[in-house]
Design a protein around this ligand. Structure first.
Ligand code: GLP
Length: 261
């Protein structure tokens, strides 16, 4: 795992935006995996700024989001489709037909299982994901792969854990319905992405980051599965990196890399 520690959350966002933009510029038909949550919002803002300044175009880009809540329509203000339109898609030149999230509005299990398979097929048909952006839950989840998720899992129905429901409560108004189920890419789906870029900022993520990087490979910390990915890059601010035992080593490694041409 490549661990990059930057001073501020803003620098993390800039780093991530630059990598997303580089992928979009380099590839003729880029395929990005995108994430929701509060962490990537400032990354998306930096991407919007670059696109609006004419520095990049998303016309040929296809996107696949990690997950979607089950049982709410994708026009619902709490849906991740709505989140993505609000924070990114509506402000860049992407064709909405090329933006994908798991179809999760139905409560019919058979339908959801079919939609999950369709999602896997669509990723394959697009040629796989070039760069998957990830956040991390305080309990170590990626997407909505909660602790004890199979490390070989694929897109499927997941029940959210109590701690995730609690952590995400802040997005919902008092008394507003908060879904407890989601359709999420699986851990193996995520591991098949050519590159993975995980962002973590703030002290609340420090324990999960420590478990992901320096803990055992275990379903109890789904993000630890990234130890198995050949091109996983973690970009952290100082707060999120605070519990890492080998912090100085990671900083040293990055300095050494800069000496290479
Ligand atoms: C959410 C999402 C994840 C996200 C994580 C952290 O529940 N399903 O994809 O990475 O929790 O969110 P945040 O960035 O708001 O801390």
């Amino acid at each position: 795992m490549r661990v990059i520690i930057l001073d501020t959350a803003n620098q993390v966002a800039q780093y991530a935006a630059d990598l997303l933009l580089e992928t979009v510029r380099k590839k003729s038909r880029p395929v990005l995996g995108l994430a929701t949550g509060s962490t990537p919002i400032s990354t998306y803002q930096q991407v919007i700024n670059a696109v609006q300044a004419g520095q990049a175009s998303f016309k040929n880009t296809t996107t696949f989001n990690l997950d979607e809540y089950i049982g709410i329509d994708d026009t619902h203000p709490q849906s991740y489709r709505h989140f993505m339109k609000h924070y990114l898609f509506n402000h860049i030149d992407i064709d909405l037909a090329n933006t994908h999230l798991p179809m999760a509005a139905s409560l019919d299990e058979t339908r959801l299982v079919e939609n999950a398979q369709d999602y896997e097929n669509a990723i394959q048909e697009a040629g796989g994901i070039d760069l998957q952006l990830l956040g991390i839950g305080e309990n170590g989840h990626i997407g909505f792969n909660e602790p004890t998720s199979s490390l070989r899992s694929r897109t499927r129905i997941k029940s959210l854990s109590e701690s995730t429901i609690e952590a995400n409560k802040r997005f919902f108004a008092d008394g507003e319905y908060q879904p407890h189920l989601a359709l999420t890419m699986g851990i193996e789906t995520i591991l098949e992405s050519k590159h993975v870029l995980l962002l973590a900022t703030g002290h609340k993520k420090a324990a999960a980051v420590k478990a992901m990087v320096e803990g055992p490979l275990t379903a109890m910390c789904p993000a630890s599965a990234l130890q198995q990915h050949a091109k996983a890059c973690l970009v952290l601010d100082q707060d999120a990196a605070a519990q890492l035992s080998l912090k100085d080593y990671y900083v040293w490694c990055e300095k050494q890399r800069q000496e290479l041409t």
